[in-house]
Design a protein around this ligand. Structure first.
Ligand SMILES: [Zn+2]
Length: 293
């Protein structure tokens, strides 16, 4: 709002001062009354001005809130490529350039961590990949906890190697259960150390709709290994659904291989390229687990 709007009123006040004849006095009285009225009007206008200013602030606040809401959903839905198992580290290193060439990244869940992996994992981390935890021995968590208890599993399968990884400079905040074997108790027990926990849907899961129904802590991934990659009907469909609903989709693979696969738990580079292409086509962004909200 411009202050120039009130300038004529201010001029009227100034011109009413300094006149001397009777007629003029009358006029002055009238003018004074008018001036008083005008001042009152100004006051009223100023009050209105104040109200309007306050309203403007409120509008700005509302706009900011809307922006937050929009950005929360509008990630337009992202896709997180995740890969499991410590024995796959070399395959990830070998193919890291493919991700970089396509503006993609990934979260890499390392099991059976040892010092031979450290340099490679630190290098991948420095290139924007996220290094995550996949237990010390890759044992079935549910079976371990049933036999030995949750505390035993936590200290013997998680905290020991997690501490080593962190001491080695790896920023580990995400966890994935081996074999997709999990339960609520184990998942909750991990919340003190991890910001996200991942399981996965099996090939027998009829609808991949569940893959994007996350609670912000537990995420279900869907497989992209040769064991069960079905591009058009399932994975691409899930990507499109995630985009439409503003959610994040988590995909799960293991070792990355060039050419023909030799095992069911391998992701061929041809599959990766298809996912990169489809994401580009629908304008989908790649994220890591530690970027999810
Ligand atoms: Zn695994």
């Amino acid at each position: 709002m411009s202050t120039f709007k009130y300038l004529p009123l201010a001029i009227a006040i100034v011109t009413s001062v300094g006149c001397s004849s009777d007629k003029v006095k009358e006029v002055e009285v009238i003018k004074e009354v008018e001036v008083i009225k005008e001042v009152e009007v100004i006051k009223e206008v100023e009050v209105i001005k104040e109200v309007e200013v306050i309203k403007e602030v409120e509008v700005i606040k509302e706009v900011e809130v809307m922006k937050e809401v929009i950005s929360g959903r509008a990630n337009q839905g992202g896709v997180v490529l995740t890969f499991d198992d410590g024995h796959c580290v070399d395959s990830w290193v070998e193919h890291a350039h493919l991700f970089e060439e396509h503006g993609a990244t990934a979260t890499l869940y390392v099991s059976k961590y040892n010092s031979d992996m450290t340099a490679n994992l630190l290098d991948l981390q420095s290139r924007g990949f996220e290094i995550a935890h996949h237990t010390t021995y890759h044992a079935n968590a549910v079976e371990w906890a049933e036999k030995e208890g949750v505390e035993s599993w936590l200290s013997g399968a998680v905290l020991n190697s997690l501490t080593t990884m962190r001491n080695d400079g790896l920023n580990v905040t995400a966890f994935a259960f081996p074999f997709g074997a999990y339960n609520l108790e184990l998942s909750e027990a991990l919340s003190a150390e991890f910001t996200s926990v991942r399981g996965y849907l099996t090939p027998k899961t009829e609808s991949l709709r569940f893959a994007t129904q996350s609670d912000g802590y537990f995420y279900n991934g869907i497989g992209i290994d040769s064991a069960y990659f079905e591009p058009q009907e399932r994975v691409f469909g899930a990507m499109e659904r995630a985009m439409k609903t503003g959610r994040d989709l988590v995909l799960v693979g293991h070792c990355i291989v060039e050419g023909e696969v030799t095992d069911r738990w391998q992701t061929p580079t041809s599959t990766l390229l298809k996912i990169f292409e489809h994401a580009k086509k629908i304008g989908m962004e790649f994220k890591t687990m530690n970027q999810l909200k």
